[in-house]
Design a protein around this ligand. Sequence first.
Ligand code: ZN
Length: 319
Amino acid sequence: MLKEEKAAEILFLAPVFKQMLWGGSQLRDKFGYEIPGDDTGECWAVSAHPNGDCTVKEGKYQGETLSGLWEKHPELFGGPGTDRFPLLVKIIDAKDDLSIQVHPNDGYAKIHENGSLGKTECWYILDCPEDASLVIGHNAGSKEELEEMVHQGKWEELIRQVPVKKGDFIQIDPGTVHAIKADTLILETQQNSAITYRLYDYGRLQNGKPRQLHIDKSLDVITVPAKSAEDSVKSISSLPENQLNQIYTCEKYTVFKLDVDGTATFRQGYPFLAASVLEGEGRVNGDEVRKGDHFILPCGYGEVEAQGNMSLILSTVEK
Ligand code: ZN
């Protein structure tokens, strides 16, 4: 098929990398990125956040930041009615356990975090060891029990470990206690926010001192009781090929998986569609794409033809 003349072009983004105490080298070893060091924990792949604003790699908007485009060309994003680009997509390489955290919702963050958004996030497991688990939720039955377990340091009892495997999808609502564990590689789709409360850090020291915890704020926002373990993890490894499969939708985002084997066609009729190629390679309306590429199909893009052999996770928001 000939490349169709499009009113809007695909926005290919250059990721921003973050070195972390718990980071590793998989973002280079598995994705081929040029990383700043062997302690690289995060690839901010689709981000307009001030802590890591992606730039457009080529075309008409080459060199522009995503936040800049959002300001100057809101028409590219279909006006979802938010004051900033609403999503942040990351790949996370955890070589070590991350601290155990919880996020506030928008209402709490607005009051206690200077107008920031709260944080709803979800994870797609790209790779993990056999018998892997993550921390999702807790075992306290009431607020009183939660407070008692936290104040008495009964972490083993409190923290709920849930088994996971490659291809699982996990929704983390605000108020959910959660942590990524060592040797796990995930794609995270989240609200554009960096507000995190650290509940427990396994008693570890950084430069001889424990990292700051946020116990009071954590206790304020943790949901009791936690959502069940079965309701938290969903396997999405056997979805139909060559179609846009919606895997989750909530107030903050809608997430899709697309497995292309041959040709897939669909319509980009959403305010925008952010896409990450997780495996393989191919073409999107004639543009070559491969594992590790991240791009946005802007508003009004219309018909999309994806060819090749590849897996993608995509996300958008409601208008
Ligand atoms: Zn989180």
